[in-house]
Design a binder for this molecule. Structure first.
Ligand code: GLN
Length: 475
């Protein structure tokens, strides 16, 4: 079997049609590559049987000319996205062995275009984390430097794309979980506008923040995947019915834009000097390409992470109440009555970070503290949204580094949750405001790890976002 070198989904379509490769070969190749990189721990499970069946089905469709636009695209799912008849665990012991009763809308839409779902990827438990160190099933190694984390929470998904263990992965992004691991692994990570993509079949963490999006090798693949998964869904009332653009076609725009960069981000304490200079050089090249680039002040940076953690933990404490040991998931063998079933099942099933967030969330929602924390958090969220909207009255984009530094070593932040939470400083604004954002690789650090650049734009302006992102070149 000759090894197929994947470049883009479009090129793959040409190669499949010309008979240069078959879906059968792609699946076999991927299964053996995943096995040879088992030590990365990127996959919790490879769906060998269903992927092989799907390959045969799609090969037949390619032969008779009826294949969809993602024919043969090998897609990995973060382990919080449901695929009917397959296990899903949110990388938690509490859901170990649980099988999805239905497929997420995004999965149905990918399959309808003849993508092949290859397996489920390790992640931080219930998508809570920035390093994948919170998985109940072990760390994921960064394929670019195995001493380092791949980022989180979609760490396995990003590692899988970076290590060529799939063509595309779907992740979820509540505060940066697609963009930060993309940044740490030199891949492209897109968080769409809140409501652009259905969350039906996504295991919820913080429902007013969560979005599903692609992790890809290229911006053009992100555009094509978004085009397929976006759009109205009667199963998810938070999903917008705004028309879906032909993102993959409109990406070749030559328009000149107004780009703002946040002074407070570039001057942020803790920003790696090489990340800073890479961003400054990118701003220069955007200027030379004819875009207007301006520094603006956004004096709310220090409120972003606290607001995010007050509101998301509140929502998590409510969402995760369903894991009670009664209906599904882990039930403690030690339980003797209803109350001990709840207590023991949850105590045994959840990991430390998930417990911390459930307790924090319960605290900020408790009668005595609701006003001081949850209500205050909601008010600050409104201010951040309004101030973000104001920027887009004058600018097309906000540009920031995706993360303050490159991928860090295992254990470096895990003893101090606050330090870990500060990893999210540049990514959470997009989730608090609900706007779309993308991380693209823009340079290499002298430590050999990639640096990510983040672009944010106004609600439902993904076309523009992808078009500008496609012009960013890695130095
Ligand atoms: N790192 C952030 C957190 O720990 C983001 C998680 C996410 O986007 N799911 O919550």
């Amino acid at each position: 079997m000759t090894v197929y070198h994947f470049s883009t989904i479009l090129q793959l379509q040409t190669d499949l049609k010309a008979g240069r490769v078959t879906c059968h070969d792609l699946v076999e190749q991927t299964i053996s590559q995943i096995a040879s990189k088992k030590h990365l721990n990127a996959f919790l499970e490879v769906f060998e049987v269903s992927a092989r069946d799907e390959a045969l089905r799609v090969d037949a469709k390619i032969k008779n000319g009826t294949a969809g636009k993602l024919a043969g695209t090998i897609v990995a799912l973060k382990d919080n996205i449901c695929f009917k008849g397959h296990k899903v665990s949110a990388s938690s012991k509490i859901l170990e062995g649980f099988e999805s009763l239905y497929s997420a809308t995004v999965v149905d839409r990918l399959l309808a275009e003849d993508a092949i779902i290859i397996g489920r990827c390790n992640c931080d438990e219930f998508a809570m984390g920035s390093s994948n160190e919170n998985s109940a099933f072990g760390n994921v190694l960064n394929p670019l430097n195995e001493k380092c984390v791949p980022g989180g929470s979609s760490g396995g998904a990003a590692a899988a794309v970076a290590a060529n263990l799939c063509h595309v992965a779907l992740g979820s992004d509540t505060g940066g979980s697609i963009r930060q691991p993309a940044s740490f692994t030199g891949t492209v990570g897109l968080k769409p506008t809140y409501g652009r993509v259905s969350r039906y079949g996504l295991i919820a963490y913080a429902s007013s923040f969560d979005q599903i999006g692609p992790i890809t090798k290229t911006v053009s693949d992100a555009a094509l995947i978004l085009e397929v998964i976006a759009g109205k869904d009667t199963h998810d009332n938070t999903c917008s019915s705004a028309p879906v653009n032909a993102y993959s076609k409109e990406i070749r725009s030559e328009k000149k834009y107004k780009i703002a960069y946040l002074k407070e981000c570039v001057e942020a304490e803790g920003l790696d000097p090489e990340v800073k200079s890479a961003i400054v050089r990118q701003l220069e090249s955007l200027k030379s390409a004819g875009h207007q680039v301006e520094a603006i002040s956004f004096p709310y940076l220090e409120y972003l992470v606290p607001t995010y953690y007050v509101l998301t933990t509140a929502e998590a404490s409510s969402n995760l109440a369903r894991f009670s040991g009664i209906h599904y998931g882990h039930r403690s063998a030690q339980a003797s009555d209803l109350e001990s079933t709840y207590k023991k099942s949850r105590s045994e099933g959840f990991g430390a970070e998930v417990k911390r967030r459930i307790m924090l969330g319960t605290f900020v929602l408790s009668a005595g503290y609701y006003d001081a924390y949850y209500n205050k958090g909601q008010k600050v969220r409104r201010i951040i949204q309004d101030k973000t909207r104001e920027i887009f009255k004058n600018f097309d984009f906000i540009l920031t580094p995706s993360t303050p530094g490159t991928a860090f070593e295992f254990g470096k932040n895990s003893a101090d949750p606050i330090k870990m939470y500060l990893e999210d400083i540049f990514t959470v604004q997009a989730n608090i405001a609900g706007i779309p954002a993308i991380s693209v690789p823009c340079a290499m650090h002298s430590n050999g790890l990639p640096i990510g650049l983040q672009l944010m734009t106004n609600y439902f302006e993904e076309t523009k976002l992808l078009a500008l992102a496609a012009t960013i070149k890695t130095e």
